[in-house]
Design a protein around this ligand. Structure first.
Ligand SMILES: NC(=O)c1ccc[n+]([C@@H]2O[C@H](COP(=O)([O-])OP(=O)(O)OC[C@H]3O[C@@H](n4cnc5c(N)ncnc54)[C@H](O)[C@@H]3O)[C@@H](O)[C@H]2O)c1
Length: 338
């Protein structure tokens, strides 16, 4: 299906939003970027990402919070984006223990206002970020979209799972298509300072020890940001429609029986042990890490491994970036930026 190339991206000065906006701009899209520039991590990094985006004349920048419905209305009526990609959120598992209210405000109330905006304006497709954390205590690997996931281990995951069910009800009641992405640990240049790769690199380069949780006994499906962005791009045109006959749908589709609504994993599907991840980083940096082995952190999960059959069936996409390439790109960026 041919679509008008005008998208509103919330969280556009964030890690993933920035990469997605850059990619879509390079494909001649008009991008309306919105970000509240929250101070969860170094705001200068957000300004630097935003500055790069603003160099492109097809990028329109707005600063404000998604909880502000008047602000959303103003943006929508000025640009009439037919695609909305909602990435703005209070992210992070650990911080949701320290400051849960920020998750209520951004993820629950903020997402509610995005849904209300979509209800008023009926975009061609609303796409929103969820997370692999919603799989919680599931042990049935690889994790697939139709698995029951009602056992979140952190409040962050609980707000993201809530976003999925809120979105389903709006899609059903007001009949507009929604795709929810479940992202698996994303890494790459311009990455978040609260995430492992950033913290490890920073400490190794400055001779400080790195904190290794659960004695290193953690497995993550690390997903390179350029792969993730390509997958999002391909999913934009895969607009869910109401299912008439269940037998018409592809195998293991997560599409709802009662709404144009689907959940899709975006991961690398090649889980890596945390200690191997650190080893690769040490190789790239040419320096060994001093490791401070610690116990499991509250809210954390032991293993993630995505089943990406649905993503592949819908888009033909398979991740391409090796761990070595991905970590090298991150380190190259880190050294030039800092
Ligand atoms: N990075 C990952 O590994 C990962 C994994 C799973 C899910 N996700 C989800 O993907 C999305 C993007 O994550 P990211 O890694 O780019 O995070 P990020 O923190 O870098 O980006 C989020 C951006 O949203 C903005 N923001 C936060 N609350 C806002 C609000 N209420 N109104 C307006 N702007 C607000 C922040 O200022 C930030 O720039 C989030 O929804 C996150 O939960 C990320």
């Amino acid at each position: 299906m041919k679509i008008r190339k005008v998208a509103l991206i919330t969280g556009s000065s964030g890690f993933i939003g920035f990469h997605l906006a850059r990619f879509l701009l390079s494909c001649d899209w008009k991008i309306i970027g919105l970000d509240g520039m929250t101070d969860y991590y170094d705001v200068n990094l957000k300004w630097a990402r935003q500055k790069l985006l603003c160099e492109n004349t097809s990028f329109y920048n707005y600063q404000g919070m998604v909880q502000d419905s008047k602000f959303l209305d103003e943006i929508y009526s000025s640009h009439k984006p037919n695609i909305i990609i909602h990435l703005a959120a209070q992210a992070g598992v650990r911080y949701s223990i320290e400051n849960p209210i920020s998750y209520v405000e951004s993820n629950l109330i903020g997402t509610f206002h995005i849904l209300e905006m979509a209800r008023r304006y009926k975009p061609d497709h609303l796409l929103m970020a969820s997370t692999s954390s919603v799989y919680g205590s599931n042990k049935d690997m690889p994790l697939h979209e139709n698995q029951k996931c009602d056992n979140p281990m952190s409040f962050y995951a609980a707000t993201k799972k809530s976003n999925e069910v809120m979105a389903h009800s709006y899609s059903h009641l007001y009949d507009f298509p929604i795709t929810m992405f479940r992202f698996f640990t994303v890494y790459g240049p311009w990455g978040r300072p609260d995430m492992a790769l950033f913290k490890f690199t920073k400490n190794i380069l400055s001779d400080k020890p790195i904190d290794v949780y659960n004695e290193g006994n953690m497995i993550r499906d690390f997903t390179y940001v350029a792969d993730l962005v390509e997958a999002i791009y391909l999913l934009i045109s895969k607009i869910p429609t109401r299912v008439n006959k269940r037998q018409d749908i592809i195998n293991n589709d997560s599409i709802s029986d009662v709404a144009p609504f689907r959940v899709v994993n975006i991961g690398n599907s090649q889980p890596i042990n945390l200690l191997d991840y650190i080893k690769e980083l040490e190789r790239v940096l040419g320096k060994e890490a001093k490791k401070n082995f610690l116990g499991m952190q509250d809210g954390d999960i032991h293993k993630t491994h995505s089943n990406i059959d649905l993503l592949e069936a819908l888009t033909g996409f398979l991740p391409k970036t090796t761990l070595h390439e991905g970590i090298s790109e991150f380190v190259k960026w880190y050294k030039s930026y800092y």
